[in-house]
Design a protein around this ligand. Structure first.
Ligand code: NAP
Ligand code: MG
Length: 484
């Protein structure tokens, strides 16, 4: 019985609901326009390598057009609107997002490779929730608890340049755009090169909502487009989510320019299981912590710390559970593990996993057939990992779990905090007092207790140390877009 999978008939979600165009322009000043130097690149489905569409590549002159459009919209319209009118637009966008949820979920799974179960049940509902949450804040900014020089409601910053990654394409867009607009800013957003499609569908939703032209601009392209946005003198604020490496470059290039910056970078979270934790629940939490979204999650529980006395039981149960995970077609409703987003990311995961093996850790994956086409990596765990191993220190950003052990709570804290990152952590125990003690000791922006990877628009999210600075979400997330 152990590890036996039920045979399910294929249950693919129809992609008929998505109206893919062969080519997409840039969204500037409320319209889709061609890029000035006519460059384009292809976006593929990582599960099949099928070309989905051509995406325009914005050059510096296109970025400039977008910033000019955003400035004009800011000065002439958006900053002049009564706050509750801004709120109405955000509510309208939130409702359209809900109405078009299935279409958005299918498109996200096609372009990103994540299972439809996750895009349908997690990503898109959270996207709508983020817009509803910040819609409510638009006319209540004076109660946000931020201090400003003048009296009255706090003032926006102006034009925000926003750069997002490929792991939660539409959700990261929501985390960036919803608070910026609620506070009265206008935006120029650059999605990740491999996952632009839902941002472009969002642009259509802005048109459908009659959002004033120029309030939201979407410039697609590669890292150079992002860098042109960061360096544009007309941008008042840069919000970035992505790698620590690019985050550091942004911090350097914006230093001394007066631009306000928030960075949400990587993580190497500890998921800590004590021997009094209910094992079945903890195992579900471990699986959700590292195999959700193929492990492409900045706050993934990529380091499992198990109390020695529970090690055998937890590992046996975890391996049995991994044997039941289904890897395959992201559009199939029974799929647990989808495709890796790009060949580059697959290369990074393979490289670090090979390093894990050569450093002496033991690698294990359940029997798992990988499709011939597309980019795939089986769910993998490494045991016998020591703190010095690279797989215990560096972010792999894939479905790879490093397992370490500890004896006492103090040792768990020491090991958990022994990382250059500090984004999140998880604690599994039956004792409430221990949860509170651990939460006070862990240097992590978010600490989950007896759960993992839970998000709520009312709850601030962000990191310590190399995980970045600034908070997104909730009342605290407003501060990043206000002149405080
Ligand atoms: P990345 O290069 O930092 O990409 C994030 C965003 O920044 C993308 O839109 C990217 O464009 C853009 N970008 C790239 N170079 C830039 C530059 N010089 N100036 C301005 N923007 C720039 O991250 P990645 O290459 O996709 O992933 C690399 C690693 O970053 C992953 O293995 C993972 O460890 C980490 N990561 C973390 C998160 C997170 O949520 N914290 C998310 C993604 C990745 P392109 O898409 O065209 O490159
Ligand atoms: Mg793609």
């Amino acid at each position: 019985m152990a590890g036996k999978k039920f045979d399910y008939a294929p249950a693919p979600e129809s992609r008929g609901i998505v109206d893919l165009q062969p080519a997409y322009g840039l969204f500037i000043g409320g319209e889709f326009v061609d890029p000035l130097d006519g460059r384009a690149f292809k976006t593929v489905s990582p599960a099949t390598e099928e070309v989905l569409a051509e995406i325009s590549e914005a050059g510096p002159r296109d970025v400039d057009r977008a910033v000019v459009a955003a400035r004009r919209a800011y000065e002439r319209v958006w900053s002049k609107l009564p706050a509750r009118e801004r709120g109405k637009y955000l509510f309208r966008i939130a409702r359209i997002l809900q109405e078009r949820a299935r279409e958005l979920a299918v498109l996200e799974s096609l372009d990103n490779g994540k299972p439809i179960r996750e895009s349908r049940d997690v990503d898109i509902p959270l996207v709508a929730a983020w817009f509803f949450h910040y819609a409510g804040w638009a006319d209540k900014l004076e109660y946000a608890g931020v201090s400003t020089a003048s009296s009255g409601p706090p003032k926006p910053l102006g034009v925000a340049g926003q750069i997002i990654p490929w792991n939660f394409p539409l959700l990261m867009l929501a985390w960036k755009i919803a608070p910026a607009l609620a506070c009265g800013n206008t935006v120029v957003l650059k999605p990740a090169e491999t996952t632009s499609l839902t941002a472009l569908l969002f642009a259509e939703i802005c048109q459908q909502a009659d959002l004033p032209p120029g309030v939201v601009n979407i410039v697609t392209g590669a890292g150079e487009t992002g860098s042109a946005l960061v360096e544009h003198p007309g941008v008042d604020k840069i919000a970035f989510t992505g790698s620590t490496e690019v985050g550091k470059m942004i911090a350097r290039s914006t230093a001394g320019t007066g631009k306000k910056v928030t960075l949400e970078l990587g993580g190497k979270a500890a998921n800590i299981v004590f021997d009094d934790a209910p094992v079945d629940q903890a195992v579900e939490g471990i699986v959700n912590g590292i195999f959700f979204n193929q492990g492409h999650v900045c706050c993934a529980g990529s380091r499992l710390l198990v109390q020695e006395s529970a090690y055998d039981e937890v590992l046996t149960s975890l391996k049995r559970r991994l044997g039941t995970l289904r890897l395959g077609d992201p559009l199939d409703k029974n799929t647990d593990i989808g495709a890796i987003n790009s060949p580059e990311q697959l290369g990074r995961i393979r490289e670090l996993s090979d390093v894990g093996e050569s450093e002496g850790a033991a690698r294990w994956s359940p029997p798992c057939e990988l499709p011939d086409k597309g980019f795939w990596f089986p769910p993998t765990i490494f045991t016998g990992v020591s703190q010095a191993h690279r797989i215990a220190r560096e972010e792999i950003f894939g479905p790879v779990l490093s397992v370490l052990t500890f004896r006492t709570p103090a040792e768990a804290v020491e090991k958990a905090n022994n990382t250059p990152y500090g984004l999140s952590a998880g604690v599994w125990t039956d004792k409430g007092s221990r949860i509170l003690w651990m939460a006070g000791q862990l240097r992590a922006g978010v600490v989950w207790a007896n759960t993992f990877n839970r998000f709520d628009p009312a709850s601030p999210f962000g990191g310590y140390k190399e995980s970045g600075f600034g908070r997104e979400g909730g009342r605290h997330g407003l501060e990043a877009y206000l002149d405080v």
